[in-house]
Design a protein around this ligand. Sequence first.
Ligand code: B12
Ligand code: SF4
Length: 470
Amino acid sequence: MKVKLILPALAEAESPFWRPIKYSLFPPLGLATLAAFLGPDDDIDLQDQHVEKLNLDDQPDLVIIQVYITNAYRSYQIADLYRAKGCYVILGGLHVTSLPKEASKHADSIFLGPGEETFPQFLKDFKNKVPKKVYSSSIRTLTKLPPIRRDLIKRYKYLVPNSIVVTRGCPHHCSFCYKDAFFQGGKSFYTQLVDDALAEIDRLPGKHLYFLDDHLLGNAKFASELFEGMKGMNRVFQGASTVDAILRGNLIEKAAEAGLRSVFVGFETFSPQNLKQSNKKQNLKKDYEAAVKRLHSLGIMVNGSFVFGLDDDDKDVFKRTVDWGVQNAITTSTYHVLTPYPGTKLFKDMEQQNRIITKNWDLYDTRNVVYKTTNLSATQLKEGYNWAYKEFYKWSNIFEASFNHESHKHKLKHLLYSGGWKKFEPLWNFLIKTKNLNNMLPLLESILSKVNYKPNLIEINSKSPLKTQM
Ligand code: B12
Ligand code: SF4
């Protein structure tokens, strides 16, 4: 059977904010995961529109499309085109799970939730010519899965071809997060077997790994065994964690020993009211600065994530957040305009309060204001968000943040990572055009090399909590 898997480009592809490098980072791991269930005789074509021009002139038997919120309209157009040609089209992913009715108008079958259980079921039904209209995942397990079809990934087109997920979901329930909606009807946090995860890591070439897990430290037992197993594998890796997991026990030390060199942390907001509004209990009363210091003492760079526009935010929130990031030597900051994704508790609350102002999903990219704000006007929010990005990534602030590290090596690493990521767009574009992106991997690996720095533990332990924390 001829099978086509497509990751359509996000709406941003046509916007002035489009940064080709941001969308050439990770390969389509979800689709390569699904492809593993196809047979050896199937003729498979996997295309990622972020890095290649789609060929839509073919006539596959089965078309599989992954739908995110801001590629939804484009996904539907592609689906309609293939259905008009008589191909069988199936849609799945986050947005389909949030809005199944909308998606089903453009598909022969739709899939809600993760695909590891439902996709093989569908394949059987499809071969027997009895496919169902809707498949909904309920059994959640990552055991006995066939190896991801990484051979279908055009590695040279990505800066980070070795992306990997060893858990699914997250133990927390933040009201703005997609996770409860996507995993409803079954477990919402589960892990691979440690041995399977280690075997997958072993299959990946080179040194660098990027764990895309929502919360790599979310299951302490699993993470601890994973890091133990990774010791001696000579890897450097990046991943995500919450503030409380960084502060608790000694898991983060184990991660650093296994090769963790940079971590994405959801600080989101300094306001306790905002944290309560978001049900982000795990951040309440947590000392953000102590978490950052602990990471730096282990030579781990920090990518901080911050949300603007929660109801307790005022016009000073942008400056406060940028200044805090610079003072605390955060290497990269990711700012978001609060976005109520359909299916989330936040969306339901806002809809009830009549606060949703547009359902144009293309605008749900965390850069636009799509709801009625309270303390800030929509314009103040949008302008403040733009200002924060510009301000944080000004050369003077990159230098200042770098110099706030104690070790010279960390200073240099910070400068190269932050400056390299935001300040060399033409170089990145050139590398993408000339198909040389993957050749930058050794440079990334050396920037992520180990910093030997002795922590000042007295200073870390005595640090008082942030003034803005309860
Ligand atoms: C990698 C990634 C990206 C990459 C995506 C490109 C790529 N090649 O995948 C890049 C860097 C471009 C990116 C950008 C952004 N991202 Co992003 N990203 C992720 C991340 C970390 C991992 C995705 C992944 O690979 N997961 C692992 C694979 C195995 O799972 P999967 O892709 O979901 O696939 C499974 C199922 O969905 C299902 N499935 C999927 N498609 C189909 C189709 C069929 C037919 C079937 C049967 C099943 C099926 O089966 C697969 C196996 O179970 C997720 C978080 C996460 N942990 O998932 C956030 C996430 C998707 N991103 C998010 C956000 C907010 C963004 C940004 C807006 C951030 C920003 N401010 O710029 C942008 C734009 C995204 C948008 N507008 O929709 C949110 C999405 C919220 C939403 N409702 O859409 C997430 C969920 C993070 C979060 N916790 O909030 N992102
Ligand atoms: S901690 Fe992160 S991944 Fe987990 S529910 Fe909250 S926002 Fe989502």
